[in-house]
Structures are given as C-alpha cells and as structure tokens.
Design a protein around this ligand. Structure first.
Ligand code: APR
Length: 257
C-alpha cells in the first residue's frame, strides 16, 4: 500500500527538525512479528479471558491457568517472534533523529532485540520470570521446563510461586517508571504513537500529555483511536508499511545534526 509521499516527507522533515522525539508503542507494532494484539477481531482476548489470564487476583487464586497459557501460547510466541521492519526502523532512527525514548506497553522485548537502546517498559516484561517470595529470577526457558514438570512452577530456592515480571490487571505500574514516561511525554516536541488502541490507562494518557504540552502528534495505527482528531499526522496503516517508507525520505540521507 503506497502512502501519500508528501505526508511521509512532511513527517520526516518534522522528525528531522524535532529536538526531543518520544515514541509510544502498543501491541500493534508487534503484530507483524506474529504476536497477536489484545483487542480487535483476532485479538488475544477473543481466545483467552483477560479476567482469568491477565488478572492478579485470579493468578494468585489459580496460577495453573496462566501457566497453561504460558506453555501453550506465550512461550511459543516469544521463542518464535523476531523484530519486524517497524522495530528495526525505530532502532535505526536513534542515529538519524533526536529520538530520546521508546515508551512501550509491550512485554515482548522486541524493541530491545531490534537494537533500540532507550526503551521504557511500562507494563514490565514477559521475558523475565520471578519468584513472588524471594524475587529470584528465571529465564522463560527455565520456567517452561519447570512448568512442564510442575504446574504451577515453583522457585528452586524457596519453593515460592513463579510469575512473569509483567504488570497484571489489578496491579499498579511502577510509579518511578510511569513518572519517567510522563516526563518524556511532557518534554517531547514530537510524540510518535504506533500500534496502540490508546484506551488502557494510565499509559493512554501519554499522547494527550504530549499534545497538551505543544508537541506534534503522529499516529500510526491500523484502526481508529480516540486521539485521531488531535493528530498532526495520521496513518490508518500497518506500522511496517509506514516506517519502511520513512527510510525513503530525507531522514536517511543525513546523519543526526
Ligand atoms: N500496525 C499498526 N497498528 C496495528 C497493527 C499493525 N500491523 N496491527 C494491529 N494494529 C493496531 C490495532 O488497530 C489496535 O488499535 O494496534 C492496536 C492494538 O491495540 P490493543 O490490542 O488494545 O493493544 P494495546 O493498545 O497495546 O493494549 C494496551 O492493554 O491488555 C492490556 O497490558 C495490555 O499493554 C496492553 C494494553
């Protein structure tokens, strides 16, 4: 799908001139890596009940449900997923424009694997497994092996319950991480929002904080979002398609000033 060249060039010029770019990403940026989004027709939630899968109360009441899902879905997805074009272009942009932070809601670690160095994980990471008693950490491979023998998997040291290092529904985000993200949103002069329905708070405040502080707002999202009317650049397209076209613009002809 060819994107309007003038709009892409205009956004590229604005990115080039920006002194502080903050990127905000959601599950949509990982969709082209084979990781299903949460909402929408074929979203994860259409197959698994978030009230059971992603809620801290239910996890503590019946952890086997999560660990079955981990073994059947989460682990294979994490093992097979690779960064896609959108992740890779974002990582490359760090040397082309003043990209200061990637605020991600995603727990898949694909931004870091693509080479992004300024990632703030708002909802934690599913690539680290932790004992809820002694906080000992395990890899997803160790956890998978343990879960195959014993569901739920327990800590080797203290026999405590193991859990993913993500923020479950019903849990608060780390206040320091959230404040850092809000500061990035308030300081930036360009907020690039990619692949998020922007309806889950408090993360969904980020585009509005940036806009209220005078930033340029660009949204790349397959479906409509609540902030579309406030966007200076709006693409209802796949993230990989739009970001791939950035590589054909002036941004890629000069190194960062
Ligand atoms: N390119 C761009 N956008 C896409 C693509 C794509 N290839 N595929 C899907 N999208 C869009 C969808 O249109 C949708 O609006 O990505 C958005 C994903 O929205 P959600 O599934 O709601 O994911 P997200 O916004 O990250 O959810 C936020 O909710 O369930 C919690 O903690 C979970 O971090 C997650 C949070």
């Amino acid at each position: 799908m060819e994107i309007n060249h003038d709009i892409i060039e205009g956004m590229a010029l604005a990115l080039k001139q920006a002194r502080h770019i903050t990127v905000f990403t959601g599950a949509g940026i990982s969709e082209e890596s084979g990781i299903p989004t949460y909402r929408g027709d074929d979203g994860l939630w259409s197959k698994y009940d978030p009230a059971r899968y992603a809620d801290i109360g239910h996890f503590l009441h019946d952890p086997t449900y999560y660990w079955n899902f981990f073994q059947e879905v989460r682990y294979p997805l994490l093992k097979n997923a690779k960064p896609n074009k959108a992740h890779l272009v974002l990582a490359e942009l760090e040397s082309k424009v003043n990209l200061k932070s990637v605020l991600t809601q995603n727990i898949d670690g694909l931004h870091q694997e693509a080479g992004s160095t300024k990632v703030i994980e708002l909802h934690g990471t599913s690539r680290v497994i932790r004992c809820i008693e002694c906080s000992k950490e395990y890899s997803i491979d160790d956890a998978f092996e343990k879960a195959q023998c014993n569901n739920p998997p327990l800590c080797t040291d203290c026999k405590g319950l193991l859990r993913p290092a993500v923020i479950f529904f019903g849990e608060a985000l780390n206040p320091d991480i959230l404040q850092h993200a809000f500061d990035e949103a308030a300081t930036c002069d360009f907020l690039l929002a990619i692949g998020s329905s922007m309806i889950v708070y408090p993360a969904a405040q980020i585009p509005m904080i940036a806009k209220q502080n005078g930033a340029t707002l660009a949204i790349i999202n397959k479906d409509a979002t609540p902030y579309d009317s406030r966007a200076d650049y709006l693409f209802h397209e796949k993230a990989g398609t739009v970001l791939a076209q950035l590589t054909g613009t002036g941004i890629y002809m000069f190194t960062k000033l």
